[in-house]
Design a binder for this molecule. Structure first.
Ligand SMILES: [Cu+2]
Length: 115
């Protein structure tokens, strides 16, 4: 019974992704880096950013620059969260853990939105 429910869920999810042509991008955080370091997407392409914290402390994930204002706060070790967004203009954004408690480590990368 349990197996069946999981199957149904993933089937629904996949047909949803297909319908909106959403691209899923997995981003992993450790205590020293964000992977991938560079993400390239196209303007007006719906994306789901799936952020996983593989670090040993709480992290945060933000896309900075322009007016996009994307942020996932308080991601505990082992936790995964996702958010969906459409970047409608080409440009360069910084990806970072901008948590004030993150003294000393440098979690950053970049997101390039191509036309
Ligand atoms: Cu952090």
């Amino acid at each position: 019974m349990r197996k069946r429910r999981i199957h149904q869920f993933s089937k629904t999810r996949h047909s949803f992704l297909r319908k909106v042509r959403m691209r899923e991008i997995e981003i992993t955080l450790t205590d020293s880096e964000i992977k991938p370091k560079e993400i390239r997407i196209h303007a007006n392409e719906p994306v789901r950013l799936l952020v996983i914290n593989f670090g040993s402390v709480e992290h945060q994930f933000a896309v900075e620059g322009g007016s996009c204002g994307i942020e996932i706060d308080c991601l505990k070790p082992g936790q995964t969260r996702s958010l969906e967004h459409v970047f409608d203009e080409p440009g360069y954004f910084k990806t970072a853990c901008a948590d004030g408690q993150d003294n000393g480590h440098d979690l950053c990368g970049r997101l390039v939105v191509e036309s």
